[in-house]
Design a protein around this ligand. Structure first.
Ligand code: HEM
Length: 479
């Protein structure tokens, strides 16, 4: 494995995860980061990163740059707008209820008073079901039947489960050394089979969404059954007033199915897992949050009702600050550039520099998580978990490039997370249901928990270095 240690935010991260290599610049200067994420004509995902992503998800927004990227975002944006997310909130709540019922059954099965669970894998099943249903109108049913029982989720784990040993290094070599790419890799056979499965199911989803849109148009109706992101996107792409040159091809549209799965599943699961971890670490926060959630006199709140709860809002913001699920990303300069700085720095030769001069090909680590811990921006208590900081956040955070609450968690600029509203609403729905129903306790000693990051940062156990990421918890019915 390529595990390294971040000296800034003290997390173990997978140095091979994005396929980049060599010297990389890491700066937490907000002005510099603003420049990098907004100048997407100069700073783009490094080619090995895009190669790795493209061979699995195809030509989706995660992979594209420039005009093609802008074209896809333009058609996709409405599917992720506030109106759409409001309509998806009942789905978030319905699947949160289903998870709650699974945990209640686990309590019965384990003797009636409590259950020991792995919060990370449980939430991961739930968010997969959510992205299936709300993302493209597909029932994974992993909460009922487990991930293995569904062919699309099996295909997904073949493609995205970290390959071990020699295959992993072969993949890494192919992404870094382009001449090796035509050669068959050891993992090609199950990978190809999984790709075919994903493609077949994607084409069926596309056909169904199109048929529905055509029938609705013939009937002159705007009452669509398909409220999921994919159906909205297919309809937007079929709009008669869209010039043909701006229309997405079938391949582009199909690429969004694995793109939504990759981008929207583990990210939200990890964020909510850290939220539950934090609740096990501070019973007063747990009690205060439960008390506020119980003030809503309904089991099926609207998004507006969820958004009206100030402590829930501040708690979710603080979770996404303190445990930014995507802790870093990377960029490469496509040409020479000069990056402006908010604060000058002193180089190794003692010279004071007011800008960073970079050459074409220079790679960058964009330190999402580290930026959230900078004391000159967040204050001396930056490394403490404090939801109440959001009652009067410091002015300095206004310089952070962002799409939500001055947090860098969803990045900023043209590649900022398109799913941020989806994710925040889903996290709130999950917390609303689970915290009202259960009390949470950590299932291992707090000293045993460490953070391990590749694309997302997850909890893992020091005592089980070979095991996959996990968060053992004990749940009881809340009084
Ligand atoms: C807590 C949850 C989430 C976090 C922390 C998160 C974070 C991010 C970040 C940091 C990026 C930028 C990556 C880069 O350019 O290097 C990104 C992009 C993206 N995210 Fe999210 N994300 C989350 C949830 C979601 C969800 C739920 C969806 C979809 C349903 C989604 C869809 C996307 C897509 C499609 C992109 C690519 C956008 C583009 O390049 O134009 N994300 N996300």
């Amino acid at each position: 494995m390529g595990w390294s240690w971040c000296v800034y935010c003290h997390i173990e991260w997978d140095a091979l995860a994005d396929g980049t290599q060599g010297d990389r610049i890491l700066t937490t200067d907000a002005r510099a980061l603003h420049h990098i994420v907004t100048r997407d004509d100069i700073y783009q995902k490094p080619e090995p990163t895009r190669y790795n992503l493209a061979r699995i998800v195809g030509p989706g927004v995660l992979v594209l740059e420039g005009d093609q990227h802008k074209q896809q975002r333009r058609i996709m944006n409405p599917a992720f707008g506030s109106t759409q997310i409001r309509e998806l909130t009942p789905t978030f709540l319905e699947l949160s209820d289903k998870l709650r019922d699974c945990w209640l059954r686990a309590i019965e099965a384990q003797g009636g008073s409590s259950a020991r669970l792995n919060a990370l894998s449980e939430l991961s099943r739930m968010t997969l079901d959510v992205i299936g249903k709300a993302g493209f109108g597909y029932d994974f049913n992993t909460l009922d039947d487990g991930e293995e029982s569904n062919e699309l989720s099996r295909a997904f784990s073949v493609l995205f489960g970290a390959p071990g040993g020699a295959s992993r290094y072969w993949f890494m070599l192919q992404s870094r050394i382009p001449v090796l790419r035509p050669f068959k890799s050891m993992g090609d056979t199950p990978e190809k089979h999984a790709s075919r499965t994903m493609d077949r199911i994607g084409r069926k989803l596309l056909k169904d969404a199109r048929t529905e849109a055509e029938q609705a148009e013939k009937a002159g109706s705007s009452d669509f059954k398909g409220r999921d992101l994919f159906s909205v996107l297919v309809r937007a792409n079929m709009a008669t007033d869209l010039p043909d040159r701006l229309r997405m091809s079938d391949e582009d549209v199909l690429a969004q199915v694995p793109t939504f799965m990759v981008a929207g599943h583990e990210t939200t699961a990890t964020g909510t897992t850290w939220a539950i971890y934090q609740l096990t670490q501070d019973m007063s926060i747990q009690a205060r949050l439960r008390e506020e959630l119980r003030t809503l006199d309904t089991d099926t709140p609207t998004l507006e009702e969820l958004n009206s709860l100030p402590y829930l809002e501040n708690f979710v913001k603080e979770v996404l600050r303190f445990y930014a699920p995507v802790p870093w990303t990377s960029r490469e300069a496509m040409r020479d550039d000069v990056i402006p700085l908010a604060e000058p720095y002193t180089d190794t030769k003692g010279r004071v520099c007011n800008e960073i001069r970079v050459r074409k090909g220079q790679q960058f680590i964009i330190p999402i998580h580290c930026l959230h811990l900078v004391k000159s921006i967040w204050g001396e208590d930056a490394d403490e978990f404090k939801p109440e900081r959001w009652e009067s956040p410091p002015d300095a955070i206004k310089g952070i490039p962002s799409v939500w609450s001055h947090l860098f968690s969803f990045l900023g600029g043209s590649h900022a997370c398109i799913g941020f509203r989806f994710s925040v609403a889903e996290m709130k729905a999950l917390l609303f249901v689970l915290v009202r129903a259960f009390e949470f306790e950590l299932g291992v000693s707090p000293e045993d928990i460490k953070v391990r990051a590749s694309v997302v940062q997850r909890p893992a156990l020091k005592s089980e270095p070979q095991s996959t990421a996990q968060l053992p918890i004990i749940v009881r019915r809340a009084a």
